[in-house]
Design a protein around this ligand. Structure first.
Ligand code: ATP
Length: 325
């Protein structure tokens, strides 16, 4: 089984070939970036149209494969104009190869590929990306959301703060770099409500303090320490509630070394095992879409029925029935 997949939900257009054992035979991506400001949906979609042929050609060449059995693409959730580029491209590719097509949920793909790439068994997932901040676990045939960020997600909050202080997009890596140089911890709103966290107040406060002359370094440091502590607290509570013995950090914010260190310390203290996906697969990529396609291959649709496949920009993780092994 060789699955070729397309990822296009947000900033990244990616294509990857994965085999039935989960070996990644190729993984090519091109991410939309700006020096200033955030993502404008139509500009991102335009980026995807411009790079798609090069990315797909590169992934096929890198894989060394000529024959494919399945095309998979991320049909949900995501930015509608970007999802539309993905579905159109995936249908064209599957027709050309004359193979079945499957649309999969991007967030669920982060979870299942996290298991593939780390060897974790039945963890509590801490999913921290641009658009998501969720504590998730598999219970009763669905990935249930135990807790989440109530208003904006962690990556989005970091990017908004970064935009305010003159960092480009994405701002997370630069915030991490500046945080290392921070010397003074400044108290910021720490808002945990049961299993949920709230990040809009801390964003407003950090912006106010920056405008009042507090250094970027001290603010990046304090922002990271505070937000990561909120998530360590709620993740620990999820481990305690579920009795699970593993924590798996996934999503683009998993690239942050300090975040991993804090979660690892928490896990060690309570005898749990901490996993995180490698930097290569923490952010959006098509390898995870290919793997999810392989898991769901029994539901793939033949070319004559491609009209029945559509995008679903708002589908949540807990709306997906886990019907695969
Ligand atoms: P989703 O995957 O939920 O659709 P997304 O596509 O925006 O959302 P990812 O590609 O998984 O998300 O992650 C991107 C986010 O990760 C951005 O907000 C970026 O700032 C953040 N990020 C990347 N590297 C770091 C880092 N070193 N520290 C903190 N945040 C980081």
């Amino acid at each position: 089984m060789k699955c070729i997949a397309i990822e296009s939900t947000a900033h990244t257009f990616g294509c990857s070939v994965v085999d039935g054992d989960g070996n990644v035979l190729s993984d090519v991506r091109d991410a939309y970036k700006t020096d200033k400001g955030g993502m404008i949906p139509m500009d991102v979609a335009k980026h995807h149209v411009e790079v798609k042929d090069k990315v797909i050609g590169g992934a096929i060449e890198q894989s060394g494969q000529k024959k494919f059995d399945l095309v998979s693409f991320s049909c949900s959730p995501g930015i509608p104009p970007c999802l539309k580029v993905g579905i159109k491209t995936a249908k064209e590719l599957a027709r050309k190869l004359n193979v079945p097509l499957i649309g999969v949920n991007h967030c669920v793909s982060h979870l299942t590929s996290g298991l593939l790439f780390t060897g974790a068994g039945d963890p509590v997932f801490l999913f921290c990306s641009g658009a998501n901040t969720q504590i998730v676990g598999l219970e009763g045939g669905k990935y249930r959301i135990f807790g989440e960020a109530i208003s904006i997600a962690i990556g989005n909050m970091l990017d908004k703060f970064g935009r305010e202080i003159g960092f480009g997009f994405p701002a997370g890596p630069k915030i991490e770099e500046y945080a290392k140089k921070g010397k003074n911890f400044i108290e910021l709103p720490y808002v945990v409500k049961g299993m949920d966290i709230e990040l809009s107040g801390i964003l407003t406060k950090a912006i106010q303090l920056y405008r009042n002359g507090v250094s970027k370094e001290d603010l990046c440091y304090s922002l990271q320490e505070t937000v990561f502590a909120m998530l360590a607290e709620t993740s620990e509570r999820a481990l305690a509630h579920t009795g699970k013995k593993e924590l798996l950090l996934i999503g683009g914010v998993a690239a942050n070394k300090r975040f991993g260190e804090m979660l690892n310390n928490m896990c060690e203290e309570r005898g749990a095992k901490f996993f995180t996906v490698s930097l290569k697969y923490s952010a959006d990529n098509a390898a995870m879409i290919a793997w999810q396609g392989i898991l769901e291959r029994d539901f793939a649709v033949k070319p004559k029925d491609f009209d029945s496949i559509d995008i679903n920009p708002r589908q949540r993780t807990d709306q997906v029935e886990v019907s695969w092994k």
